[in-house]
Design a protein. Structure first.
Length: 604
């Protein structure tokens, strides 16, 4: 679905100015009702979270709301959006370690972490045999779901080889080439991927490369059964989905709901308590694009949670405050991110190819006011480049930025107007200098983007908001030029990952976010690819980050809080957003429902 909304919203700036900061409030529920209901029941202490839970129990249904369902269940073509649908069905070679203390990584999907955060998934273990050979030791005793055409057969090394060939364009997939989703294949280059026996996979690199282990443990290589591809030609249709995971996708009503049922033969155990998982019998997702509908469902107990799954976390602080007043028993879990609302300048368009335009638009937005008012203090307005300042070593440290660069990232609307005047963009008779188009994915709340557009309006820049589907966005990323001057895209990564640099340059990555043509960053990217020295590898990326800051590749957004909310009967959950990179709901196999408390509170 695609529609255009024309906006001249000076009122948005006024709205931000009128709001007042409220300070922090206590997160988490009033403990008294839960304590009363569970006083005489067995409890367990969870050292990973510091929480005490009622003892794990089996059974029940966990229901959440989603803004939208992915249009495809094939990660090869759909990338990280597909796991919102399939990540409890299809598995990866590794999973995040559920038993690790949360202070080591927080709740953000284990997305920004190193090899120490991972444990075996479909691989029991792994190693570097030498500087160009990586070994997967395959987990034995795993079976595919008992569903045609795989019919519960044993999983083995040959399944892994087939998937790596498909993702990287090797073997029988050499002619088709690698996945267009660069976040899957990173910058790794393989001579071969082979099964040396039924339980061992050998990956031979073309040359020594930096961060091979981290890249492979953290990759988006989801393992599908070859038989489905051979019979159906792909994995686009959910009906053909067969995996090894804790749940089976058994029903999907288009535009309405999805249901996953427990895999009774799942191999996994709860890493904290040693019990066989999953605990919960059924997972259900209900499509609710409108936040007011989602909040009503929480208030009435129709759903058990809102979270990162399906991008249904709460971002509107007024709505959250209202929810906490009406339902103080709900548990609230904040985590910080840039989405929704991260914006990048499309340098394939004449206007945003002009650095003076990019600088002026940067200086037109008061991020501190937005952080204090719209985000009510739950945001950090500090500027950044390709890498966020928390990506230590990779990011150009803010304290090293020259004063004139820092000034360009401050709210200076008068200077922004003067810069546009001098650049040959005076206001016309209608008060506007030019018009730009801004994009936003339909799965993201556009409110922040609308506020930014209000600031543009204040300096005489008219704007139009284009809300588009995931498929349209993916096609745009892979195109040479795009109609939007500014669009929602990843920027300010927490991860020290060379892919972030590659995505900034059109000549390197055909899914470039900026469509920029900068030979300096291109040279730094290839230098980072070639070096085997870790310090040099990181240093080249830091230099690229400095260029992105000086050239204003992205329109900086405050790092703001996303709020997951859960009912008090959801046990074992403290707002986690996944079980590893792009994993969205396999971790629900490790939480459980306190059925007695739920009955007491809801009658069901």
């Amino acid at each position: 679905m695609k529609y255009i909304v024309s906006i001249r919203i000076t009122f948005a700036v006024a709205l931000v100015m009128m709001l007042t900061a409220t300070g922090l409030w206590a997160t988490g529920a009033d403990e008294e009702p839960a304590a009363a209901a569970t006083a005489d029941r067995e409890t367990v202490f969870d050292p990973a979270t510091g929480q005490t839970w009622t003892a794990p129990e089996y059974g029940g249904t966990l229901t959440w709301a989603t803004r939208n369902f992915p249009e495809s269940t094939d990660v090869w073509s759909a990338g990280g959006w597909a796991p919102h649908f399939i990540s409890s069905v299809i598995e990866r070679m590794t999973i995040a370690d559920w038993a690790l203390p949360r202070e080591m990584h927080g709740t953000m999907n284990w997305d920004y972490t190193g090899p120490e955060m991972y444990r075996g998934g479909l691989a029991e273990s792994w190693s570097m045999a030498d500087d160009t050979t990586f070994i997967w030791n395959i987990r034995q005793g795993v079976n595919w779901h008992d569903k045609p055409p795989v019919n519960g057969r044993e999983f083995d090394a040959h399944d892994v080889v087939w998937n790596f060939h498909r993702y990287f364009g090797l073997g029988e997939f050499a002619e088709a080439g690698p996945s267009p989703q660069r976040s899957i294949v990173y910058n790794l280059e393989f001579l071969s991927v082979t099964a040396t026996d039924k339980w061992t996979v050998e990956l031979k690199l073309t040359r020594p490369q930096v961060n091979v282990v981290q890249s492979l443990l953290h990759s988006m290589v989801w393992i599908y059964p070859p038989e489905v591809f051979e019979e159906e030609g792909g994995f686009e249709d959910w009906r053909n989905l067969v995996g090894t995971g804790p749940y089976r996708l058994t029903d999907h009503v288009e535009g309405s709901s999805a249901t996953w049922e427990k895999n009774p033969n799942y191999w996994g155990v709860d890493e904290k308590f040693g019990n066989r998982v999953p605990y919960i019998d059924e997972l259900r997702a209900l499509k609710m694009p409108d936040e007011s509908t989602r909040l009503a469902a929480l208030r009435t107990g129709r759903i058990d949670m809102l979270s990162n799954t399906g991008d249904a976390h709460i971002t509107n602080l007024d709505n959250l405050e209202s929810l906490q007043k009406s339902n103080p028993e709900l548990e609230v879990w904040p985590a910080y991110s840039f989405i929704p609302g991260t914006l990048v300048f499309n340098q394939s368009r004449p206007l945003t190819a002009d650095i003076n335009v990019r600088k002026a638009l940067q200086m037109s937005v008061d991020r501190e006011a937005i952080s204090a008012t719209f985000f009510k203090g739950w945001a950090d307005p500090s500027p950044y480049g390709i890498f966020h300042q928390t990506a230590k070593g990779y990011a150009w440290p803010y304290e090293e930025w020259p004063d004139e660069v820092k000034r360009e990232y401050e709210y200076r609307p008068d200077e922004a107007e003067a810069l546009l005047d001098a650049a040959g963009y005076p206001r016309g008779d209608d008060g506007y200098r030019f018009k730009i188009t801004v994009s936003n994915l339909v799965r993201y709340d556009p409110t922040y983007v609308e506020i930014v557009m209000g600031y543009f309006d204040a300096i005489g820049v008219d704007s139009e908001l284009n809300i588009h589907s995931e498929a349209e966005g993916g096609a745009a990323f892979r195109a040479d030029t795009v109609e939007w001057e500014i669009w929602g895209a990843g920027y300010g990564s927490y991860r020290g990952r060379l892919q972030e640099v590659g995505q900034a340059i059109q000549n390197i990555d055909n899914s470039s976010t900026t469509k920029a043509d900068d030979p300096r960053i291109e040279a730094l990217y290839y230098a980072a690819v070639e070096t085997t020295d870790t310090e040099e590898h990181i240093g080249y990326q830091r230099q690229a980050d400095e260029i992105s800051v000086r050239e204003h590749y992205g329109l900086v957004k405050p790092r703001s809080a996303l709020f997951s909310v859960s009912q008090p009967w959801v046990e074992g959950f403290v707002g986690e957003m996944g079980l590893g990179f792009t994993d969205r709901h396999a971790h629900f196999s490790r939480v459980w429902i306190d059925s007695a408390l739920k009955r007491e509170m809801t009658g069901n």
